[in-house]
Ligand binder design. Structure first.
Ligand code: NAD
Length: 259
């Protein structure tokens, strides 16, 4: 087991990609904090892991709220006594052209992705520095490297996470902390299922056209990336044994974006 005895906090772990990462980490022996805003879904996801014989606990927190993040990480430390891995994954999307995007939506999307990543990182680093090491993973996107129309705050935030990861890689290195980013292509989670009709409406095309011509056109094989693909990449990055792999961003997108 690649993560035996390690403690992992995964934000946004009540659904989609975060939930699959929590499952993969728990299977590899980690004790997992299922951190999410959605109390019911987080409790259900953690209970399911426990029912499968894994170690997991729900931690209810809004990653944009400083006090809730501090309290949430404190609860993880009370429960499990340490923290070795942070996956900053909680995220939202809104499809809207720039000229009609409200300032409130702009700020909220940036807050979930960037304030959330900062607040969770700061709380994690304090503990990881005390322990002498750790691994932080940010959920980027192909939109950390490329732009798409109608997603300005999301694209901006996802590019920003690469800057944060590189900085954490430098500041964290003397303390044994690594930081990396995963950049998935489109994955069929609730976040993506919601934006298919939204994009079809905004662009005046069919939902099939959104999937075929917008989401998958640039892939090498017309396939969606799966939650399992992303979870396996996450496992690879956090369990890598030396400090050689830090400050990097790994694209997992069926070749949609090649670097
Ligand atoms: P999802 O909607 O299935 O899950 C997101 C989770 O984040 C939900 O459980 C939600 O309750 C939680 N969340 C939202 N705001 C929160 C907050 N303020 N505090 C705490 N939790 C909060 O979405 P997903 O597709 O699994 O997305 C997970 C991450 O992966 C996001 O960062 C997203 O940008 C990224 N991503 C997704 C795709 C994709 O195609 N699905 C592609 C690239 C990157």
């Amino acid at each position: 087991m690649r993560l035996r005895e390690q403690v992992a906090v995964v934000t946004g772990a009540a659904s989609g990609i975060g939930r699959e990462i929590a499952r993969a980490f728990a299977r590899e022996g980690a004790r997992v904090a299922v951190a999410d805003l959605d109390r019911n879904a987080a409790e259900k996801a953690a209970a399911q892991l426990v029912a499968e014989g894994r170690q997991a606990t729900p931690v209810i927190m809004d990653v944009t709220d400083e006090a809730q993040v501090e309290a949430g990480i404190a609860r993880v430390l009370d429960t499990f006594g340490r923290m070795d891995i942070l996956v900053s994954n909680a995220g939202i999307q809104r499809v809207c052209p720039l000229e009609t995007l409200s300032f409130e939506d702009w700020r909220h999307i940036l807050a979930v992705h960037l304030d959330g990543a900062f607040l969770c990182t700061r709380a994690a680093l304090r503990q990881m520095y005390r322990q002498g090491g750790g691994s932080i993973l940010y959920m980027g996107s192909v939109h950390s490297k490329e732009a798409s129309r109608l997603k300005a705050p999301y694209v901006t935030a996802k590019h920003g996470l690469i800057g944060l990861a590189k900085t954490v890689a430098k500041e964290g290195a003397p303390h044994g902390v690594r930081a990396n980013v995963i950049c998935p292509g489109f994955v069929r989670t609730p976040l993506v299922e919601r934006q298919i009709p939204e994009q079809a409406h905004a662009l005046g095309v069919s939902e099939e056209a959104v999937v075929r011509d917008i989401m998958l056109r640039e892939t090498v094989d017309g396939e969606f990336t799966t939650m399992k693909d992303v979870a396996e990449a996450a496992l690879f990055l956090v369990s890598f044994e030396s400090r050689a792999l830090t400050g990097q961003s790994l694209v997992v997108s069926h070749g949609w974006f090649m670097q």
